[in-house]
Design a protein around this ligand. Structure first.
Ligand SMILES: [Zn+2]
Length: 185
């Protein structure tokens, strides 16, 4: 039985959507299928990162291009409202000052939270909504996986070149897999 009025159902749908937004689900599935494990909406860290990978000491934010001002350049003077639209973030003409102020606050908050996380020793990666469009999605997820592996190795003081050359020689000799080699370095 459906007890919700259309209005209630609508706001329910909104709540669900904001919790499990589609772009975030794409990133989750992409990482999971590549063997990465993570925690969601980790409340103890600044900014409540969407995904946290402790092993990689990395926080991932999946950001909507409009709300987080993708490719928007903030003017140095904070009193200015002359912000140019970007390809990803078209600020409405109506009530423009309101939207500019809102998006600016979001951008400044994002920056501040990532600064705090970095000071705590966390790597921060932002994945933008536009990078998850069907045509570029796989490429984005592949490069995310590559970046995470790179971070893991770097944190352990390995240089990629060393790892690669060791990896290849060992692969030839023993047919060992990449991870095993990485652990040995
Ligand atoms: Zn974008």
């Amino acid at each position: 039985m459906d007890r919700l009025t259309p209005q209630q159902r609508h706001s329910n749908m909104d709540a669900i959507r904001s919790k499990d937004t589609k772009p975030e689900m794409i990133v989750r599935r992409g990482l999971w299928s590549r063997g990465f494990r993570y925690r969601l909406n980790y409340k103890r860290l600044p900014g409540h990162p969407d995904l946290v990978l402790r092993k990689y000491r990395t926080c991932i934010f999946v950001n909507g291009c409009f709300w987080h001002g993708h490719h928007i350049h903030l003017p140095f003077d904070h009193l200015q409202f002359t912000i140019e639209d970007s390809e990803c973030c078209k600020i409405p003409k109506t009530n423009r000052e309101f939207w500019v102020a809102k998006i600016r606050r979001n951008m400044e908050r994002d920056k501040e939270e990532q600064r705090k996380l970095a000071a705590m020793g966390w790597h921060c990666i932002t994945i933008w909504e536009c990078e998850l469009k069907p045509k570029v999605r796989e490429q984005t997820l592949e490069s995310l996986a590559f970046t995470l592996n790179h971070i893991w190795l770097q944190d352990r003081g390995c240089k990629m070149a060393d790892v690669r050359s060791k990896m290849y020689s060992q692969l030839e000799e023993e047919g060992e897999n990449y991870l095993k080699v990485a652990e040995d370095v």
